[in-house]
Design a protein around this ligand. Structure first.
Ligand code: SF4
Length: 466
């Protein structure tokens, strides 16, 4: 079955009716099963056995992630795991703990395995002073061998960036960066406690280009206090003058039960309503596709010649905790508090609180707080959900051949449950599979949820779809 490619819905009607109907809390499916299923009761020995089993093939690639949680001030919308401080020596000390975690982890891995991806996220990786960045880089390269075409990226906060930060991350191999911008409107910036003049974005972009970073992405958020569709359109126009290679346009996730700082937005009654949020999303899709970007899926856009756009076109796009990627099959080894590692059959998450993370390392063990071991059934459903999220279509015969079981017969009940979504024009089914329509692209999570076996188990604590 072909995918009805691809002019996503670009008018508020009829999408608004459907958003009202389907705007329920849902996972973003950066993993399946999703993080709320991870448990402290997981068998620790079995998790370590998964790491050993993951090592069999010398060529099996590695993807490394380092969580650098420090920020000087809190942006009130923030949903990340952060440590707010102005003490740079906290970060210096943290790098020492990362070195210790690297030293405990590396001996568990086959040294021949190549690193094909490296990512520094946070928090603000650029909170580290450049000397600490270089020290961390040296430790990583001491323990791991990198593939020549490895994709190495860093999240950059333009507000406190220096040319030396840009250089230090470049020296350790970073060739990609994403700039946290969020919104360029001064009133919105004051309302979210993140003042960032456009000049700082321009300067950051110039330093990154000058240092030879090949791909630079800009992150924006829609649904923030005081944003309107027209103010957000101006933000889009402004950031387009920076010529980013990619853009990530995230929906603001209002989860005050997890992030109490977000309650301030409710008290001030400044949040845009669902209709305004949808108009912002559709404006972004229209403006960016008209400017030569391809809508990759969910919140990601890339230039038409970017490898993400090419991977979408040829069906080789994948999804992991950092969003969409072209690098398939790599096991994810993550370092730092709260980070989540993944092998084909397991997830394990480090302690979310800094003192507990440090205590684990002090005791000479991996600071694992919870985890999950996937069953055969989990792996099967994971593939159906991945195809829905990454390829906009699920091809029953192809997937059945790949996985060695009859997808259509096994999930007949789930496939039948798609009838209402088909009637609303979100997908098209035939005997060989189903394809997400352009309108349905906004609701991919809703379609994927029909194949999620865990939604009924435990409370739903996710953000809304739009
Ligand atoms: S800089 Fe980023 S991680 Fe830090 S508080 Fe702001 S949004 Fe959160």
């Amino acid at each position: 079955m072909g995918s009805p490619r691809h002019t996503a819905a670009t008018t508020v009607e009829p999408a608004l009716e459907l958003v009202r109907k389907y705007n329920i809390p849902g996972p973003r499916y950066t993993s399946y099963p999703t993080a709320p299923q991870f448990t402290p009761q997981v068998d620790r020995e079995a998790l370590l056995a998964e790491i050993a089993a993951d090592n069999r093939d010398d060529a099996h690639p590695l993807s490394l992630y380092f969580h650098l949680p420090f920020c000087e001030t809190l942006c009130w919308f923030c949903g990340c795991t952060t440590v707010i401080t102005s003490r740079y020596d906290s970060a210096t000390e943290y790098v020492r703990w990362l070195e210790k975690e690297l030293a405990l982890t590396a001996p568990l891995l086959n040294p021949a395995r190549p690193v094909t991806q490296l990512h520094f996220g946070g928090g603000s990786p650029t909170f580290l002073v450049p000397a600490d960045v270089r020290r961390l880089g040296a430790a990583i390269h001491r323990h791991f061998r990198f593939a020549p075409d490895s994709e190495n990226s860093v999240e950059v906060d333009p507000r406190r960036l220096t040319r030396d930060h840009v250089q230090a991350f470049r020296e350790l191999g970073c060739n990609r960066a994403s700039l946290g911008v969020q919104d360029t409107n001064p009133q919105v910036q004051i309302a979210v406690h993140r003042v960032q003049p456009m000049e700082q974005n321009r300067q950051a972009m110039a330093w990154l280009r000058e240092a030879g970073y090949q791909s630079i992405s800009i992150d924006l958020i829609y649904g923030l206090p005081l944003q309107t569709p027209s103010s957000f359109a101006r933000t889009l126009d402004e950031v387009l003058t920076l010529y980013p290679d990619r853009l990530a346009i995230f929906s603001y996730a209002h989860v005050p039960w997890i992030k109490p700082s977000q309650k301030i937005f409710e008290n001030r009654e400044q949040l845009p309503d669902t209709e305004a949020k949808l108009a912002m999303l559709l404006t972004a899709i229209r403006r960016l596709t008209a400017s030569g970007y391809v809508h990759i899926g969910m919140d990601h856009f890339a230039r038409a010649d970017d490898e993400l756009a090419l991977a979408l076109a040829n069906g080789t796009l994948h999804r992991n905790f950092q969003g969409y990627t072209t690098r398939a099959g790599a096991s994810l080894y993550c370092f730092g508090m709260s980070s989540i590692s993944q092998t084909d059959g397991s997830f394990r998450q480090n302690c979310k609180e800094l003192p507990k993370y440090i205590a684990g390392l002090e005791a000479g063990r991996l600071p694992i707080e919870r985890g999950f071991l996937l069953s055969v059934e989990d792996r099967r459903r994971r593939e159906v959900i991945k195809q829905t999220m990454c390829r906009n279509r699920v091809d029953y015969p192809g997937l059945s051949r790949e996985l060695g079981f009859d997808v259509k017969a096994t999930y007949a009940k789930e496939i039948e449950s798609l009838a209402d979504l088909e009637a609303d024009g979100l997908l098209q089914r035939d005997e060989h599979g189903f394809a997400v329509t352009p309108l349905g692209e906004l609701f991919r999570r809703i379609i994927a949820m029909r194949f999620d076996a865990y939604l009924d188990r435990g409370p739903r604590r996710f953000s809304k779809v739009v």
